[in-house]
Ligand binder design. Sequence first.
Ligand code: ADP
Ligand code: MG
Length: 627
Amino acid sequence: MEKYGFQAEIQKFLDIVINSLYTDKEVFVRELVSNAADACEKVRFMQSSGQTIFQPEIPPTISVTIDEKEKKITFTDTGCGMTRDELIENLGTIAHSGTKAFLQSTVAANDDEKNNGSNANSSNPAESLIGQFGVGFYSAFMVANNVTVLSRSFKPDAEGHKWTCSGMDGYELESVADLPRGTQVILTLKDNCQNFTQQYEMENILKRYSSFILFPISLNGKELNTVQAIWARSKVDIKPEEYSEFYKYIAHDTKEPLLKLHFTADAPLLIQSLLFVPDSNIEKMGFMRFQAGVSLYCRRVLISEGSKAKGLLPEWMRFVKGVIDSADLPLNISRETMQDSSLMKKLSTIITKRFIKFLEETSKNDPEKYDKFYSEFNRMIKEGVLSDFEHRDALAKLLRFESSFTDAGKTTSLTDYVSRMKTDQKEIYYLVAPHRKAAEASPYYEGLKSQNLEVIFCYDPADSFVMENLMRFEEKELRSAEQAEITVETNAEKLNEEQSKHIVEWFKTLLGDKVKEVKISKRLIDSPAAIVSEDKYMTTAMRKLLKSLQKEEDALNTVNYNLEINPASPIICELYKAWDNHNPIAEEIASQIYDNACIAAGLVEDFSPLIKRMNNLMEKTLKQSFK
Ligand code: ADP
Ligand code: MG
């Protein structure tokens, strides 16, 4: 047995690795399994490139065993193993990565072979190898006070060795006979790390970090990684069942996914990504919220889990489940965060853009599917329009609404609306109403309808926020129907100017502070009167929405809407006569007209005084007609 001491600076560095490099102790599992996977990959590569290896009949596998009584965890692989020199070089030197050196030598060799025109019958391991920093192994010391490594190299004439380290001062090395090919790393756990010998705990950690390692992993004999990293495979080779199985595994869902996007990119980053939209929106009911579900991987090893990968994708995409794998991630040494945040931003933008484009394509190629998607997830798209400035315009194209030109139940996009606009039409009109019937009966709709202008019907209260926030679409202003400036010409009998002036004054005296002003309307056709907001942004729909959210009390308490009266309405004409004749019923009718306008604007909450007056009026009408 020989003893080797660590250099002083290595001791310091080791201290950093153990005490402050990693945020979670459990990452030692990720690091040791990654090393085992790299060792398996190397032996697979060497075998496939025709080299003679020790015990070629043993396939590369990884097994983990935990022993609660002995307080031990053992990681065993049948990979390439290490010679005596390699043990000293790889485990006795911090920041020396044998894997990186291996990669550089094989890539160089591959290039040579290519130049010589010979065909190496072996895939390049560059994409599969994980190690690169030469510190991961030491993460074992976060949880163990003794680490023993038994290793036998793949080289046929090599000997087996035992490497032991139980302190910061150095390690011991001795040769051991009759070891099989590969490496065994045995950890004797510190007292406060006993939880890692619990089957449940260890299984979860292994599944979290290493589900998609290319080689079989078992825990105390139980095989764990039965799901393949299909995102890294070519699309044509993947069966639909495989996608569905994969989705169910990562999303913990029993239903089939609604949509799937599998895509790869080469520049500016190598990206392999597989995204799914679930069948239903759990947020629809209002008491659950999606946890961001897209995890970030680098060469099949988890870097950050969906819920922790905050900021990876925009918030509105939280309903999306899946993985993004990039072999090019500029990871920092702990492999937990990125060194280059601008590159992460780029990654986020690439994925988000591609996902939006995919939804756009789905709406064209499979409208029925898109409708189903939209009915489930429209609130997410709207949230995106409101919150994701970078992608707002692209997201606006995904919005769908019924309109006065569509059949009931059918929708249109804003793009299609614009394509139908009249040549002299400058604005896109929309009307917020609880449903189609209400929209069609709205006093705000009649003027636009008479001029054959298409009006978007918005049934979701959130739509008024969306439209006001969006402001314009393809250079066209979005205009609430209430605010549309239109003048309808009519030949019908109507009040003259003098009469109009009188009725306006009378209404204002009657209503007092309930309205800001009373005006003669230029836009009404059938309705006797309508409430019209003075403030472009505080439309009646918005007022109603804010009221339901109990927000902006001040804005709500200042009355900034007018009553517009239709001088051509038969009711108004008759009302004028009644008023002129000092008929006492005139006052009640006028109040009812005002209340009806408020109902149409969605401003009435207490109907009881209105019903009382209505009953009163009916009684009087009946008495009068049977006199
Ligand atoms: P990295 O994996 O980033 O290279 P590590 O500190 O995790 O750094 O490991 C250092 C080196 O030790 C590896 O590059 C590899 O050459 C060697 N090594 C570690 N574990 C094993 C193993 N199970 N089998 C073979 N070699 C290993
Ligand atoms: Mg490593």
